[in-house]
Design a protein around this ligand. Structure first.
Ligand code: SAM
Length: 279
């Protein structure tokens, strides 16, 4: 009897797991989180603004499904991109779903490798970007500094490192925010915040219309860094200049997606900014 119950439970579990596995979380992630075509425009314009010339090569650290790399090669037929991620699963997803949407010639200018962004010998490029706050995974200040130092030495002369960062008073308490999209809801769930360590746990959930919520499709165990902390660590690592690009506001008081170089920010409940460091 016990055995039977256990195997029924096991069966139920595996069905649940299978359902989760069949759920195309990267499709939902792309629809709700990513705007890679717009992001690469920002990378290009900030390089041109700071260096007054055209870049060519782009490295996408923590590349996951390497959407940014795919968008980068579309901008110019001389552009080349390099992606690095530890996890083969999103890389395979990108190869199956995003690469085939490019021409063969564009595909030939994308180079993706499975690896650790802390490894030596990663490709040298004009731009390195670590986006979706992925570097928050380095909870030790020294590890983050090490990462920045490696980026500095990998960047070509005149290279820039681009990081995104978020903050605001909302980040210092657990909260869950729902955003409705066509056919589904996206949930950004800050589960915890520890003021002693600045560590915080985040989840992304999705709820397709008329279906059960798929909880914890993505999990992020991060340390929240502030802009001044990142600026200081970048300068200590040897970067020459560090700039902050702040998002403008539309008529409803929401972010308008346009980022401008600033020396002062605004006291918002929730904000996203870019940090651009010059070699
Ligand atoms: C927040 S996700 C961002 C993925 C990608 N930027 C995107 O928007 O699709 C973080 C990614 O970093 C990868 N990752 C975590 N630590 C890493 C490391 N030390 N080196 C390389 N990749 C890492 C994970 O496998 C995951 O794909």
């Amino acid at each position: 009897m016990t055995y039977l119950m256990k195997s029924r439970e096991a069966n139920a579990m595996s069905k649940k797991d299978k359902k989760k596995k069949d759920f195309d979380k990267y499709w939902y992630y792309n629809k709700s989180v990513q705007s890679a075509d717009v992001d690469v425009q920002f990378f290009l314009s900030s390089y041109k603004e700071l260096k007054e010339k055209q870049p060519k090569t782009f490295r996408e650290d923590f590349c996951g499904t390497f959407k940014l790399s795919c968008e980068w090669v579309k901008l110019d037929d001389q552009f080349e991109s390099f992606g690095v991620d530890l996890d083969p699963e999103p890389i395979e997803y990108g190869k199956a779903h995003y690469l085939p949407k490019l021409t063969e010639e564009q595909q030939g200018r994308i180079h993706i490798q499975e690896g650790n962004v802390l490894d030596d010998g990663l490709p040298s490029t004009d731009i390195i970007a670590a986006c979706n706050f992925s570097y928050f995974i380095f909870k030790e200040r020294d590890t983050l500094k090490q990462y920045f130092k490696k980026n500095l030495s990998a960047l070509n002369d005149d290279g820039i490192l681009i990081l995104d960062i978020f903050g605001g008073s909302e980040c210092y308490e657990p909260n869950e925010e729902e955003t409705e999209h066509d056919g589904f809801s996206y949930f950004w769930d800050q589960d915890s915040y520890d003021p002693v360590t600045n560590e915080a746990m985040f989840y992304i959930h999705f709820k397709p219309k008329g279906q059960k919520k798929v909880k914890k499709a993505f999990t992020y165990d991060w340390r929240l860094y502030s802009i001044p902390e990142i600026r200081e660590i970048l300068l200590e690592a040897g970067f020459k200049n560090v700039h902050v690009y702040w998002e403008g506001t539309d008529e409803d008081g929401e972010g308008d997606g346009e980022f401008e170089r600033v020396t002062k920010g605004e006291d918002c409940e929730s904000w996203v900014a870019y940090i651009v460091a010059e070699k």
